[in-house]
Design a protein around this ligand. Structure first.
Ligand code: ZN
Length: 324
């Protein structure tokens, strides 16, 4: 047996094997295993793949052409009136104000990433893909920058939208230290070999008091335990690490982040994908009635939605007090 890489979170080298899976998305050949570090609990692919091998895990990754964001005027008004976004009209009828207030609550519940506006704020989207979030934030008044491994997509975002996207590895991105108010990483951290190095760099780029938003699949969710190797969030071999609230908090503490808050995404979409991995495909209307309406409503009523099904994804909001 070859040399085993130490745990990225704690440096430990004692691992407990969990289970194996084939690639259920792109059919990359091979059998892939995950193991848990006995010292800190981090779950990682075992053995860790080499960087060259990781490239082979993305055979057909294709992004659609970036397109301008489509923000409904009523949503824009809600953000302007109640989340500090610039450009609010001077006169707004009381009735529109009231509906905008309700809409702002709903937007925040549904899209917690739509954080209150920071005047002159700079936001960095690491792993921005075709720029859906980046271009929306730009259109809402943020000063944006991004990082995208796909250099062609990065180039398109720059020429068409002046989006300031670095095409390549985040660790090589030449951004100035302490220059961002917000760093956003949606479903990116589980794909990298060393989340430690990514979080260290992110922290060095944040201004004092800046914030990082991370979304990753939650390995401690009921969905993960139930579906095991069929769980949609496993996505072997592209997901190198699997996080739980505990290991993510440990990672953030190690990188010097304070005031960590964890929110659970209220979505049941993952179940549909996990069922599809098992070969179960419900007709759209049944899926909507059974999973989205019945199951989601029931779990919500029982106040279980955060911990149960919807806990398949977790998002964290971390605020730094100060940067030394
Ligand atoms: Zn460890």
């Amino acid at each position: 047996m070859g040399e085993v890489s130490p745990c990225d979170l704690c440096g430990g080298s004692d691992f407990q094997g969990l289970y194996t899976s084939v690639d259920r998305l792109f059919n990359v050949p091979g059998m892939f295993a995950i193991a848990r570090c006995r010292a800190c609990g981090l779950v990682s692919q075992y053995p860790l793949p080499s960087p060259a091998k990781i490239k082979s895990f993305y055979p057909n990754v294709y992004y659609p052409d970036p397109k301008p964001p489509d923000i409904k005027p009523s949503h824009r008004l809600a953000l302007q009136l109640y989340l500090g976004y610039p450009g609010a009209p001077a006169m707004v009828p009381a009735r529109d104000r009231l509906s905008a207030w309700f809409r702002a609550r709903r937007i925040l519940a549904k899209h917690p990433f739509l954080i209150p506006y920071i005047p002159g704020g700079r936001i960095l989207d690491v792993g921005c893909g075709a720029g859906t979030f980046l271009l929306m934030m730009q259109s809402l008044g943020w000063n944006v920058a991004g990082v995208e491994m796909n250099a062609v997509t990065a180039e398109k975002l720059n020429t068409k939208f002046s989006a300031n996207v670095f095409g390549g590895d985040f660790l090589d991105a030449p951004f100035e230290t302490h220059s961002f108010d917000v760093i956003f990483m949606s479903h990116m951290l589980e794909h990298v070999l060393s989340p430690s190095r990514i979080l260290d760099k992110a922290r060095s780029l944040l201004k004092p008091g800046g914030q990082i938003w991370i979304a990753v699949p939650n390995f401690s969710s009921v969905e993960a335990a139930l579906f095991r190797s069929y769980w949609y969030g496993l996505d072997l071999p592209r997901h190198i690490h699997q996080f739980t609230p505990g290991t993510l908090r440990a990672y953030l503490a190690k990188a010097g982040f304070k005031r960590v808050r964890i929110r659970w995404e209220k979505s049941t979409g993952g179940i549909t994908h996990s069922l599809a991995n098992l070969g179960v495909r419900l007709p759209r209307f049944l899926e909507k009635i059974l999973i989205k309406e019945t199951l989601a409503t029931l779990l919500h009523k029982l106040r279980l939605s955060d911990r149960m099904v919807a806990g398949a994804l977790l998002e964290t909001l971390c605020l730094i007090h100060a940067v030394p």
